[in-house]
Ligand binder design. Structure first.
Ligand code: ZN
Length: 222
């Protein structure tokens, strides 16, 4: 089984388990009907919607049995509305996730230093998805036990992240396809070769990490 921890599409094959990103404006009934697990949150690019989209509505979605995480939410200094608007939306969602004891999938572009104080005080697991930090930044986040790191297309498309990737402890790593069309199997194969690990062993570890990150709710799905 290949656990694809963050994706914008459905599973491509039977042996793939996807946590799909769902739109926050979907009605609870529409989300409940999905046969697979999802994450729900307000993407930083859409932070302005925080004004019209109530916290209560998001809370309602988080309670659904197939909603495993809040996200993706976070900060993006390269795209989207001003950092001030993004920060207000992120803080609201960060607090909400703490109240609901829900893990958070974080989208963070050129803003790891802005996210760091939240990572320090979180009581729920946080996944830094598509992690692009350098080694120094990784060392800053590693002592925080609740922080997980996921990788996907960057392993296939560039060599830049290889050294950092090899330094992620086995129990803090997850893999994802995100918005790319790359099959998750290809990402697992590349990851296994970079880490000098057998593919079945890596699949097993990612499943275990998925349970650690998503918690009990995920046991119904994989
Ligand atoms: Zn994404």
């Amino acid at each position: 089984m290949y656990l694809n921890v963050h994706s914008h599409r459905k599973a491509l094959k039977k042996d793939e388990i996807v946590c799909r990103n769902a739109f926050h404006f979907l009605e609870p009934d529409a989300i409940k009907k999905l046969t697979y697990p999802v994450s729900v949150g307000i993407h930083p690019w859409h932070s302005e919607e925080c004004k019209k989209f109530s916290e209560r509505k998001l809370s309602e979605l988080l309670l659904l049995p197939n909603v495993l995480a809040l996200g993706e939410a976070g900060l993006d200094r390269a795209k989207g509305p001003s950092l001030q608007i993004q920060m207000a939306c992120w803080e609201m969602q960060f607090d909400l996730a703490q109240d609901h004891k829900m893990p958070i999938i974080v989208h963070c572009v050129r803003a790891l230093q802005d996210i760091f104080p939240f990572c320090r005080r979180t009581k729920v697991p946080i996944l830094l998805h598509d992690f692009r930090g350098n080694e120094q930044i990784l060392q800053q986040f590693l002592p925080l036990d609740l922080i997980f790191f996921s990788f996907g297309k960057s392993l296939i498309k560039t060599k830049n992240m290889e050294e950092v990737f090899k330094k992620i402890p086995a129990n803090r790593l997850l893999l994802e396809s995100d918005a790319s069309a790359i099959p998750i199997e290809d990402i697992f194969k590349k990851a296994a070769s970079l880490r000098n690990q057998g593919l079945p062993e890596l699949c097993q570890q990612m499943k275990k990490n998925g349970h650690l990150f998503f918690g009990e709710k995920s046991l119904a799905f994989f």
